[in-house]
Design a protein around this ligand. Structure first.
Ligand code: FUB
Length: 314
């Protein structure tokens, strides 16, 4: 009986946190959200985002947790209970920065950028769950990447913005970086590196926010460039490069100095999920909002520039 009451309590708490959100950009209007990553699983799209919690007018990142939203029609978004917090990584000391969730063999792996508690600088952790809404738990009890493992940039925040791509042959790759872009193979368990860390020869300057996807046999590496940031992309016939610069995908929003995106296909269309400062009257760089617009390719597979809209998807 006690067990049933306990389960009912958990279920009612989870239900209480389900919120249906109105259409249009930004797709989340009741709180500030940043660094979106998208996952398509079964008949839903999930967006995982950091929560910008800086007090009004404070010009700094205050990010303690990650959030998850889902849709089955790209019109109505549902917010779910908070699935992961920076404090869920006992070895870390906070800063719930950019992240991505991928699915493998029915498990969901959430790669996050976070400040390490004892090794100076940012690091990457991985959490795991049995379903896309969690609950997620630290999968290793330690960071998979720490600042002392990479030497491509002399800064303490070059090990951020993880993104994972699983190729058609089942090999998974972790890409990440700021100023320098790195990649490494992952073992099938998704929680350990398989071999050395290599530096990606990005064909332009690189700021951060890499995202890798594949379409019709071509690999696409999209990333943020400059500061304030714009999103550009390069292509390659191999995940190991060489990468050829293609073009700009998305201009800077104007009122927010970062741009962080995901590119994903869902129900026959492609989408560009990103953030801007549309909802914030001030400190918009630290009060960001997730938006979605359609992404289109021309007949040669080139990505057409995104026009940010407030109307959102039709
Ligand atoms: O949100 C904190 C940092 O700002 C992210 O890790 C970067 O991609 C940039 O959006």
């Amino acid at each position: 009986m006690k067990k049933i009451l306990f389960l009912l309590l958990i279920a009612s708490n989870a239900m209480a946190q389900l919120v249906e959100l109105p259409n249009g950009n930004p797709i989340i209007k009741d709180k500030f959200t940043a660094d979106p990553a998208a996952l398509v699983y079964k008949d839903k799209m999930y967006i995982y985002a950091g929560h910008d919690e800086a007090p009004v007018k404070e010009q700094r990142y205050v990010m303690n947790e990650w959030l998850v939203f889902s849709t089955s029609d790209m019109k109505t978004w549902t917010e779910h209970a908070v699935p992961l917090k920076a404090t869920d990584f006992a070895w870390a000391k906070g800063d719930a920065w950019a992240s991505q969730v991928v699915e493998r063999n029915g498990k969901f792996y959430w790669y996050v950028a976070i400040s390490h508690g004892t090794i100076h600088g940012k690091s990457i952790g991985v959490a795991v769950a049995d379903n896309p809404l969690g609950p997620f738990k630290d999968a290793r009890g330690s960071a998979i990447i720490t600042n002392d493992m990479t030497k491509g940039a002399k800064i303490s925040w070059d090990d951020i913005d993880p993104t994972v791509f699983i190729d058609d042959d089942g090999q998974a790759y972790l890409f990440w970086g700021n100023t320098a872009c790195y990649y490494a193979k992952l073992k099938p368990n998704m929680t350990e590196l398989d071999g050395e860390i290599k530096q990606v020869e990005v064909p332009t300057k690189f700021t951060e926010a890499p995202w890798v996807h594949k379409r019709k046999g071509i690999y696409y590496l999209s990333y943020s460039i400059d500061f304030p940031e714009k999103t550009v992309y390069a292509t390659s016939k191999s995940i190991h490069g060489p990468w050829k610069f293609e073009s700009l995908i998305c201009e800077n929003a104007g009122n927010c100095n970062t741009n962080h995106h995901a590119i994903v296909d869902f129900k026959g269309k492609s989408y560009f999920v990103y953030h801007n400062g549309a909802l914030s009257p001030d400190a918009a760089s630290f009060h960001r909002s997730v938006c979605v617009d359609e992404l289109k390719y021309d007949k040669n597979g080139k990505i057409l520039p995104i026009v940010m809209t407030s109307a959102g998807l039709k």
